[in-house]
Design a protein around this ligand. Structure first.
Ligand SMILES: Nc1ncnc2c1ncn2[C@@H]1O[C@H](COP(=O)(O)OP(=O)(O)O)[C@@H](O)[C@H]1O
Ligand SMILES: [Mg+2]
Length: 240
């Protein structure tokens, strides 16, 4: 069974098509990067994968079922959130919220253990009693990733997780995402994501062009910015 199947998906909010004939699939544990211009339809596609929006035409399946039937298998980190910035709740409470399900309003010991474990994995256990407003952008983003992971999803969907974060924080977050052994779909405005071990790349601008991940041996430990990337790639052939 495929982890994700998107077949002939079209979408419009009002009169104009925002997505046209989008097709791709992902195997379990694959990592897909989505790139493309602002307004190209990336966030809309994610909302369709999450079952928040229904395709106007076409079909989506997540682990064999329509997204709304398999919502519990999906962890989501939304774009640009000012989530909980004004609330007096702690990092630990926010992460625990990821364990809530329909009809479940309190936490048991297992929920708390899982929250601790995820905070440790992401190396932010020391922040557990802090308020979210007192954290840096990178720390906040890790908390939201922890909140998505604590439900033990099979598919993690992230919308621009490294925007508004300093380069060191961006690298840490991309290192983490790369290390997760689950299916991942990550929208990024930063083409350096293409230097990661991605299996597939979708360029979305109303239509989707799908590339296999490049198997490039690029030394990313030293300084490596878009200029070097362009120089590196100029002799490579685009397969599509
Ligand atoms: N709720 C909405 N109602 C109407 N149009 C929308 C709505 N959300 C997004 N759009 C439009 O759909 C297009 C795609 O938006 P979006 O999916 O957010 O793109 P991206 O995430 O690639 O920047 C844009 O033209 C945007 O203005
Ligand atoms: Mg977007």
């Amino acid at each position: 069974m495929k982890a994700v199947e998107v077949k002939h998906v079209y979408f419009k909010y009002e009169n104009e098509w925002v997505l046209e004939d989008v097709n791709f699939s992902l195997e379990d544990k694959e990592f897909m990067a989505i790139i493309g211009p602002n307004g190209g339809g990336k966030t809309t596609l994610l909302k369709i994968l999450l079952g928040f929006l229904k395709p106007t035409i076409g079909k989506v399946k997540i682990y064999g079922k329509p997204p709304e039937k398999n919502r519990l298998l999906i962890g989501y980190v939304p774009q640009h959130t000012n989530f909980a910035l004004d609330l007096p709740i702690t990092v630990f409470d926010i992460v625990l919220q990821g364990r809530l399900k329909k009809g479940k309003f309190f936490y048991n010991k297992e929920d708390k253990e899982k929250a601790k474990e995820v905070l440790k994995t992401l190396d932010i256990y020391n922040l557990k009693d802090k308020k979210i407003k007192n954290l840096s952008g990178g720390q906040r983003q890790k908390v939201l990733i922890a909140r998505a992971l604590v439900s033990e999803p099979k598919l993690l969907i992230m919308d621009e997780p490294t925007s508004a974060i300093d380069p060191k924080g961006q690298k840490e977050i991309l290192d983490l995402i790369e290390s997760f052994n689950i299916t991942r779909i990550v929208v990024s405005h930063d083409i350096k994501i293409l230097l990661r071990k991605v299996d597939k790349i979708a360029y979305i601008h109303k239509k989707a062009i799908i590339h296999e991940g490049p198997k490039l041996k690029i030394p990313i430990d030293k300084h490596f910015c878009e200029i070097e990337l362009i120089n590196f790639l100029k002799d490579e052939e685009c397969l599509i």
